[in-house]
Design a protein around this ligand. Structure first.
Ligand code: SAH
Length: 488
């Protein structure tokens, strides 16, 4: 199995920087052991003008068979299919190569390059060659998959047997991709997902974490790809429950990303407006302060920030050593990327870094990673969900994760008449699915508390207007058992 990546350069921006970007020195051939055999990285050409890195995977057929067998039962690859792997895997690029790619070039795939950060972030001239790619769906599908991503595609069918052209084509193609518009990380992520999609025969049992892997690698391109459904379904070996889950999450990513760019704007707009009045503290800051005060009062040390957005609250919590573990969760990879930059996660000392974690996930699904925390914050998040999805979030947070304390903030729609720039009857943000009156919020919160065994209290955030109440309303939920125990 073989794949090569070529770039060209100039004396100022030498092509050999590819070695830094891939974290593999162009001067040495290197070998790595992977679960399916040895992966070699070598540079057939390494000059300032042109540099090619090649990844070669020597498949260990015995390991492959053992892996298939040892999983057994439902998890085992069927033997008939295995026979085929053992036959064609040694030279065909496929899902195995994708696994090797992510193992050997994991930092490059994430776009991490401390030596040349500016080059990792920029598009570069790239040419990818895969001499033997199993492509179910043929050259037409190969084009449909790569062209929308900005690649110029050359794809040639490989004859079944060169001596007997009348036998027709094999299921292999020779693939050549060229682009000057992509970063190396983007290119690697395209390959990581699309090689197995074209192969369409995953060798290992597809489990739920494959959905996470797909969404991570698909960041920034999959949610907009016209063949998104085919890609998702094939990548997940046509397991439809996983496919549906992935499609739903992609939909959320799309919404959240459309939304994301507006979040800061509206906060700034709200801030600008308040500033005009009497230069008081911006509402977003008042909200954060109110949340932190409530968290401190609850005695929480391990805190979840659910729908953490761009990480402002996580950053504020880190400043208080009482909070020993802070986990930010968001469905939007883009928001998390911005959060990670804001927190300078990659430059943080080990001690500090051990206190904070950012994870991608949807609050509409129960998630065992969220269990066992002291407190959870949902700051300006619930109004971003369609009302029919709210019970799913309610269950995931209050039913499954069950932290001792839950803080929920949301706009008070009654206050909207006080925002001068907000046309009557409008919500504060294009993506708000609803905004509640104080009564509506209280009714919802009381019912949630009742259903899940919590007590709830309400705290105004911002100026508490005698007629219309405060701009932000906050509910503080505390597990009932806890309260009783304290009282006793
Ligand atoms: N908590 C932050 C951000 C609020 S904006 C603050 O108070 O400033 C709402 C955030 O919720 C966005 O970042 C959006 O991506 C996230 N979000 C929306 N629906 C979500 C879902 N189903 N699961 C997880 N996060 C979600």
């Amino acid at each position: 199995m073989f794949l090569s990546i070529t770039t060209t350069g100039t004396p100022e921006r030498p092509a050999t920087d590819l070695g830094y970007l891939l974290h593999k020195h162009p001067g040495k051939a290197q070998a790595f052991s992977t679960s399916y055999g040895r992966a070699h990285v070598l540079y057939p050409e390494a000059r300032p003008e042109r540099c090619t890195a090649a990844l070669l995977l020597e498949v260990d057929a015995v390991a492959l068979v053992r892996k298939g067998k040892s999983k057994g039962g439902r998890g085992g690859a069927p033997d008939a299919a295995l026979a085929q792997y053992v036959n064609d895997r040694p030279y065909a690029a496929s899902s195995l190569l994708a696994v090797a790619l992510s193992g050997v070039f994991s930092s490059a795939m994430r776009g991490v390059c401390n030596a040349r950060p500016e080059r990792a972030a920029q598009p570069l001239p790239l040419r990818v060659e895969v001499p033997a790619l199993p492509a179910r769906g043929g050259p037409g599908l190969v084009r449909q998959l790569f062209e929308p991503l900005g690649w110029t595609v050359t794809v040639e069918p490989v004859a079944l047997d060169a001596q007997f052209p009348e036998w027709g084509d094999s299921r292999y193609v020779r693939l050549e991709l060229e682009s000057g518009a992509l970063t190396l990380a983007q290119a690697l992520r395209h390959l990581y997902v699309l090689l197995p999609v074209l192969d369409d025969a995953k060798h290992y049992w597809v489990s739920e974490d494959e959905v996470d892997k797909l969404l991570r690698a698909g960041e920034g391109w999959l949610s907009e790809h016209p063949e998104q459904k085919l890609i998702t379904s094939r990548y997940l070996s046509r397991r439809w429950s996983l496919t549906r889950q992935a499609m739903e999450r992609l939909e959320l990513v799309r919404l959240a990303e459309a939304d994301d760019s507006e979040v800061e704007e509206i906060d700034n707009a709200v801030e600008a407006e308040t500033e005009e009045e009497a230069k008081p503290t911006p509402l977003a800051v008042q909200r954060r302060d109110a949340i932190i005060t409530a968290l401190q009062a609850s005695g929480a040390a391990r805190v979840l920030d659910l729908g953490c957005g761009q990480g402002q609250l996580v950053q504020a919590l880190l400043k208080d050593p009482r909070f020993t573990e802070i986990v930010g969760v968001d469905v939007s990879v883009r928001a998390l990327t911005i959060a990670s930059r804001r927190l300078k996660l990659d430059r943080m000392g080990e001690r500090q870094a051990s206190r904070v974690k950012l994870v991608q996930g949807s609050l509409a699904y129960t998630d065992k990673r969220l269990k066992g925390y002291d407190a959870a914050v949902l700051s300006e998040v619930i109004e971003h969900l369609d009302l029919p999805r709210l019970p799913a979030l309610e269950y995931a947070v209050f039913g499954a994760a069950r932290p001792r304390t839950v803080l929920v903030t949301t706009p008070n729609v009654e206050y909207n008449v006080r925002w001068e720039s907000l046309p009557a009857g409008h919500v504060r943000h294009g993506d708000h699915r609803f905004e509640w009156t104080r009564e509506e919020f209280r009714a919802w919160a009381a019912a949630v508390a009742e259903r899940h065994g919590y007590e709830v209290e309400f705290v105004p955030v911002g100026p508490d207007d005698p007629e219309v109440g405060p701009p932000t309303q906050m509910a503080v939920f505390t597990v009932r058992k806890e309260k009783e125990a304290k009282a006793a």
